[in-house]
Design a binder for this molecule. Structure first.
Ligand SMILES: CNc1ncnc2c1ncn2[C@@H]1O[C@H](COP(=O)(O)OP(=O)(O)OP(=O)(O)O)[C@@H](O)[C@H]1O
Length: 204
């Protein structure tokens, strides 16, 4: 029997969340060393700011802005710093989600605190690491604020797990999740999700 379809959250996630998307096969990979990361998204009336990653981990993918939490820094401080460094803007970021990733090609576990803000100051600028671009929120979430002349969120060019939690993020619903990835056998750093579990707070 696979553990991944069970209602109980997998190792590495906080308690008191109820699954809204689970799947895959096999046992959860055991967690050894954990490293802290951040990921920040600006979500406004009808649109979301994503960055195209120009170098390093996640090259060629769209993602929020973020990176490693430095020693002596809180995740919230790191999130603000990384947003400034990678997109040139400041924002009152609020914690919205927690993601845990294991890749069979990386010996540590990624613990990612996900932040979002509805406003920001400054002008998004392209940096050495990221190229910021706006995308339209889906029309059922945006309602009257739907922006028809922006591209749709490019899930095919994002990490494969993003599609599971993005609607929670866009609606400001807290979420947690875990995914175990394995190399997909293709050239490069391509990987596929082999088991996943996403949950929202019990009362929603
Ligand atoms: C596996 N599934 C995943 N799905 C979505 N997002 C993922 C992710 N795995 C990592 N991430 C994000 O990728 C960035 C890496 O950060 P990364 O560029 O390595 O850090 P940092 O900017 O400190 O690096 P430099 O050393 O400056 O290049 C960071 O935002 C982190 O949250």
């Amino acid at each position: 029997m696979s553990h991944t379809n069970s209602i109980a959250a997998p190792p590495g996630l906080p308690p008191n969340f109820v699954a809204f998307a689970t799947g895959g096969t096999g046992e959860w990979t055991s967690i050894a060393e954990t490293r802290q990361y951040t990921n920040a998204f600006i979500i406004q009336e009808g649109k979301i700011l994503l960055g195209y990653k120009k170098r390093g981990f996640g090259l060629g993918k769209y993602n929020g802005f973020g990176g490693k939490v430095d020693p002596g820094e809180t995740p919230a401080e790191a999130a603000v710093r990384e947003l400034q460094e990678e997109a040139g803007i400041s924002a009152p970021l609020e914690h919205t989600g927690t993601l845990v990733f294991l890749l069979d090609t990386v010996p540590w576990t990624f613990h990612i605190d996900v932040y979002s803000a509805r406003e920001f100051t400054g002008e998004p600028i392209e940096t050495d690491e990221m190229r910021p671009e706006w995308f339209a929120l889906p029309s059922d979430i945006a309602g009257a604020a739907f922006v028809s002349d922006l591209p749709q969120i490019p899930y095919e060019t994002m990490w494969a797990d993003d599609v599971y939690w993005m609607r929670h993020l866009l609606q400001g619903i807290p979420f947690v999740g875990r995914c175990d990835f394995e190399k997909d056998g293709l050239e490069g750093e391509g990987s596929k999700i082999v088991r996943w579990w996403f949950g929202a707070p019990r009362h929603t």
